[in-house]
Write a protein that binds this ligand. Structure first.
Ligand SMILES: Nc1nc2c(ncn2[C@@H]2O[C@H](COP(=O)(O)OP(=O)(O)OP(=O)(O)O)[C@@H](O)[C@H]2O)c(=O)[nH]1
Ligand SMILES: [Mg+2]
Length: 257
């Protein structure tokens, strides 16, 4: 890639948008367009759809501890994965603007099952997953969770996107990379969501994002857009809701349908 001499020049916003759009069109319908590739009216529509989708609390369906206990498939399913304590359950609560949808805790390993929630629109389910890299539970239990998580991520047919949550202070860790390898192999779309952005300084966060973008570029199933969120400060929630709502559009097969 050509380097600019002197003052680095930022590409025009429109160029970036066009480039992202081109990449996504080339890749076909495997991944919904990123929010940043939408024009203003499309973006407004996505934000409104996101608000609508998360307006009412979801219905807890069941906590799954083995693949044989999975519920009937929904049209679109999404999952929140990430290291223990990264803030998966908190983010799910924040998306719904409630405190009591998913159980959160200071103790890593709070979520011990694949917790299945049906969204009020009736078409989508979301899964709060046990954290990977959890050290304090008995080894045999950890192994069992890990196997369940792996099998689920690899083989759940309606799984449209896995959100890989990454703590703003820590960046990508070996367990995240393992999960990404697995999803790349299984051709399951995934997208990084930074959590606890309130805990990181702006410059550190920028650097983290730059490094991460570089790493994600080479990964075939990685969505290029990174969401930056804080459940505590309610940051980035609107955009994440909108990105999730866009997956439902895609589920209909055609944006123009
Ligand atoms: N500062 C800050 N803390 C947060 C944020 N989100 C979550 N936390 C805290 O991080 C801790 C873990 O949050 P959880 O949502 O339970 O994390 P989890 O990923 O579901 O954890 P496991 O279920 O154990 O895998 C809790 O003490 C939360 O209060 C955030 O946006 N900012
Ligand atoms: Mg949890």
């Amino acid at each position: 890639m050509a380097e600019h001499k002197g003052q680095p020049e930022l590409p025009e916003e429109e160029d970036v948008r066009q480039e992202l759009k081109r990449r996504f069109l080339e890749e076909g319908a495997a991944q919904a367009a990123p929010l940043s590739a939408l024009d203003e009216s499309e973006r407004e529509r996505a934000l409104a759809a996101g608000r609508e989708l998360f307006k009412r609390p979801p219905v807890f369906l069941r906590g799954v501890t083995s693949l044989s206990a999975l519920p009937d498939p929904h049209e679109v399913e999404i999952a929140f994965a990430g290291r223990s304590n990264v803030g998966k359950s908190s983010l799910i609560n924040a998306l719904f603007g409630r405190k009591d949808v998913a159980r959160t805790s200071n103790t890593p390993g709070r979520t011990r099952e694949l917790n299945y929630f049906a969204l009020a629109d009736g078409r989508m389910a979301m899964v709060d997953m046990p954290g990977y890299g959890y050290a304090k539970a008995p080894k045999s239990l950890v192994k069992k969770w890990q196997q369940l998580v792996r099998d689920f991520l690899r083989g759940r047919q309606p799984l449209r996107r896995v959100f890989i949550l990454v703590d703003a202070r820590h960046g990508l860790k070996p367990h995240d990379l393992e999960a990404m390898d697995l999803l790349d192999e299984a051709a399951v779309s995934y997208q990084v969501v930074i959590t606890k952005a309130d805990k990181a300084k702006a410059e550190a966060l920028e650097k983290l994002l730059r490094d991460m973008r570089r790493k994600l570029e080479r990964r075939p199933a990685a969505h290029p857009e990174i969401h930056v969120t804080s459940a505590r400060k309610k940051r980035g929630l609107e955009e994440l809701r909108a990105a999730i709502a866009l997956l439902l559009d895609e589920g209909r097969g055609s944006r123009s349908a």
